[in-house]
Design a protein. Structure first.
Lengths: 349, 177
């Protein structure tokens, strides 16, 4: 009984920490995004509210919350509000299977810094990730307006196409690791002295394309397309209800999928890897905290890379996006699976 | 004990969602009830320790299949979705005997299945290997023939879809010269 209570307390603490980190960092990433975008375009960005605009997210939050809550006259109020919940919940649930660091011992209890180490973690990521399509489809339909409907149909088409590509893209690392648990995948990479990016560059490229498409980042943000659709499926939303959709799509989902990419291709919390030889840790002086810093650094680097793409590239057309998915990405992913399945047993077994 | 309570919660959830599917008239609400029922069934699988089946239930049924219903239904005109009453009362009455027949068949298969299944045979196997590996090894040894037949059926379905999809482009070709 005592162990059950201890397990429950540990789980609650983990949930609070993860939720706090994800939502707090998610809100502050709006500031990061505006700063990075500004410097890419040679302007200072937010400078007025606080030192270098550091209090800007708070000011934005206050502004969004105090706005009047408008609702389209013939819309469906229940579904309109349900869409927000459906967007937020699956996106944050993905973090339940993201491992942040190695197992450690505290007061005699062994603690893994991952909420649930289920042995099908990766499948859950994609199941929950694609539940986002319901939020978008329902938001578009419940608004009872043309632009939201067009935006949501486009986004649903994109998610369906790229969900196939992303699932096949992660098969390569799965074959190499031989497990579906996210924690175990990192462990195997450390045991094999190999980040899977070195042998799975094709898989990583397909994963990155799908990441951008699923989160609606720029080369694929056709559901937003502010030049033609105003802002797509969020047209009829106002105030904080509007603010939540970009928060979920652009920050929480990008963070979760970047973390999964780091887990699959960059060895999770392991330091810099020299293929097949070992790991070099320039941050050894941090002691037990070094794995967490490495994980954070890798996720940050990937996030900044995605921001960089967002603020430099132009936008594709919808038919080009789905064409890339079915005619380029899916065949590439399949070729990658076949190659990996042929080579992996020769090298490791 | 905890497991039983969670199982009861999920099964009550599934039954309520099932009732919701057949009582609501707005098609979007019906789809949402269906989604809720599918998620509840995935929860039941997780409680039973079949994590792989639960995750696949979530990935394939709750997302890949139900999303196509949403995709079609978002194109339903607004007035049709909120109209009261149904055109399909008569059809419902006619289909009742067939539904009963299917239900009886399901019950028979279920009770035959209990006697035929190797009870407790896989338990040791599962503890040693883990969920995914056991499903994989059984699928590719004992039920290999059934697995191949199912994949053939899926292939036929895919070819059929391709042929239906290509018809339109052929008529275009006929018009051009």
């Amino acid at each position: 009984m005592e162990s059950v209570i201890a397990g429950l307390i540990i789980a609650v603490i983990k949930i609070l920490v993860i939720l706090g980190i994800v939502l707090g960092v998610g809100a502050y990433l709006t500031w990061v995004e505006r700063k990075v975008a500004a410097h890419i375009q040679r302007r200072p960005g937010p400078m007025v509210v606080g030192w270098h605009g550091l209090l800007q997210p708070l000011a934005d939050g206050v502004k969004l919350i105090t706005k009047e809550d408008l609702f389209p006259r013939y819309g469906n109020k229940f579904l309109y509000n349900l869409a927000i919940v459906l967007a937020l919940v699956p996106a944050t649930l993905v973090f339940a299977v993201v491992p942040f660091g190695p197992e450690f011992e505290l007061f005699g209890y062994k603690i893994k810094p991952i909420l649930t180490d289920v042995n099908v973690g990766l499948l859950l990521v994609f199941g929950l990730g694609s539940l986002a399509v319901y939020a978008i489809a329902i938001a578009g339909w419940a608004s009872n307006s043309k632009y939201p409907l067009i935006g949501s149909m486009r986004k649903a088409g994109i998610i369906i196409s790229y969900e196939v590509a992303i699932t096949f893209a992660v098969m390569g690392p799965l074959i190499l690791a031989g497990t579906l648990s996210t924690y175990e995948i990192v462990q195997r990479q450390i045991e094999q002295n190999l980040w899977y990016i070195w042998v799975q560059p094709i898989g990583f490229v397909v994963f990155l394309f799908s990441l951008l498409a699923e989160t609606g980042r720029v080369p694929f943000d056709i559901q937003e397309a502010e030049a033609e659709l105003v802002t797509g499926f969020t047209v009829e939303y106002g105030g904080m209800k509007f603010g939540l959709f970009p928060l979920v799509e652009w920050y929480v989902e990008v963070l979760s999928l970047s973390a999964i990419a780091v887990v699959l291709f960059f060895g999770g919390w392991s330091p810099i890897n020299i293929p097949f030889l070992g790991f070099v840790d320039p941050l050894f002086f941090l002691g037990p905290f070094s794995p967490y810093v490495w994980f954070l650094l890798k996720v940050t680097a990937l996030f900044l890379f995605i921001l960089w793409l967002h603020w430099t590239l132009p936008r594709y057309r919808i038919d080009q996006i789905t064409e890339i998915a079915w005619k380029v990405m899916l065949p590439l992913a399949l070729i990658n699976i076949v190659l990996t399945a042929i080579i992996a047993p020769i090298v490791w077994r | 004990m905890v497991r039983l309570i969670i199982f009861l919660i999920f099964s009550a959830w599934a039954i309520i969602s099932g009732i919701g599917v057949i009582t609501f008239t707005n098609p979007i609400y019906v789809i949402l009830w269906l989604l809720s029922a599918l998620i509840a069934v995935a929860g039941i699988f997780f409680v039973a320790g079949a994590e792989l089946v639960g995750a696949l239930q979530l990935l394939i049924y709750a997302v890949a299949i139900a999303v196509f219903y949403v995709f079609v239904l978002t194109a339903v005109p607004w007035e049709k979705a909120i109209k009261k009453g149904s055109h399909y009362r008569m059809e419902g009455v006619i289909s009742l005997p067939l539904v009963l027949l299917l239900y009886v068949e399901m019950a028979i298969v279920f009770f035959l299945g209990i006697t035929a299944s190797p009870e407790g045979k896989f338990r040791a196997f599962m503890e040693k290997l883990g969920n995914t590996e056991v499903v994989g090894s059984i699928l590719f040894t004992k039920y290999f023939f059934a697995f191949e037949v199912v994949s053939l059926v899926l292939l036929i379905g895919m070819i059929g879809a391709v042929i239906i999809g290509r018809k339109e482009s052929q008529t275009y070709e006929d018009d051009t010269p």
